[in-house]
Ligand binder design. Structure first.
Ligand code: ADP
Ligand code: MG
Length: 233
């Protein structure tokens, strides 16, 4: 295969022409802005499949995104986007960084959901951004940021509606966006690396928080597989 046009912590990107790229999901799992890193056998396949299923739900729900098709077990064909180096986080229930940064208690429900923007900059530990910062840094104009917020909230709603009947609670979700010409759409991935999901019945954690907490890789993988099975039928 040709050389990758980009490689990140968990994916490789190959230009396949006609305005498309191939995203190849690696078996790498990382935490702490890349400080901790392990190989989890089968993760690439699990995350490619999970992303394909969840992006298909967004498409059905009318939320603009890059997904075209799954190419092989660990690869997706997607629309090639000019990615904006911003992480957009939608929070339904408070956990993670927000309860450390702000006087908000673990488990606090946000209604409506809360949206935050962070600069993708591991060396700076992904600092929080407001509209003025994004405008100043040439990342997004205010009108674009508002549209991105709408996209992220729409994705959150579609995913909540999809996961709820399966007995799953979406605590929060991180999306990345890009430009296709002048149109904005969701790109990157929708996986347990980028969402927090717990079971409704007994609050079991199924996402990367297991790895962040130092659980062994077998436990993490079991949770990822269990989630994939739950969303597959
Ligand atoms: N549709 C797309 N078009 C072009 N690049 C994309 C698309 N979706 C995701 N990417 C890029 O793929 C790269 C690899 O992803 P990843 O391994 O998750 O990187 P990172 O370590 O920066 O999070 C990232 O730079 C991401 O912006
Ligand atoms: Mg990433």
């Amino acid at each position: 295969m040709s050389t990758a046009i980009a490689e990140g912590k968990t994916k490789l990107v190959f230009d396949v022409g006609k305005g498309r790229v191939l995203l190849v999901f690696k078996d790498t799992i990382t935490a702490g802005d890349g400080d901790r890193r392990d190989q989890m056998n089968g993760k690439g396949e699990i995350n490619a499949k999970t992303s394909a299923i969840l992006f298909s739900e967004l498409t059905k729900g009318g939320v603009k995104n890059h997904f075209i098709e799954q190419k092989d077990e660990r690869s997706l064909v997607v629309r090639k986007l000019q990615m904006i180096p911003v992480e957009v986080v939608v929070r339904n229930i408070a956990t993670g960084s927000i309860v450390k940064r702000l006087p908000i208690k673990e488990g606090h429900p946000f209604d409506p959901p809360l949206v935050e923007f962070f600069l993708k900059d591991d060396a700076r530990h992904d600092p929080l951004l407001n509209y003025a910062h994004m405008e100043h840094l040439g990342l997004m104009r205010r009108e674009e940021a508002i549209e991105v917020e709408r996209l992220a909230l729409a994705a959150n709603e579609v995913l909540q509606d999809f996961l709820d009947p399966k007995g799953l609670v979406l605590y929060d979700l991180k999306v990345e966006v890009g430009r296709d010409g002048s149109s904005l759409m969701l790109g990157d991935e929708l996986t347990l690396d980028s969402m927090r999901v717990r079971t409704k019945s007994n609050g079991e954690v199924l996402d990367k928080d297991l790895y962040r907490r130092g659980e062994n890789l077998e436990v993490v993988k079991k949770a990822y597989v269990r989630f994939l099975e739950m969303v597959s039928n």
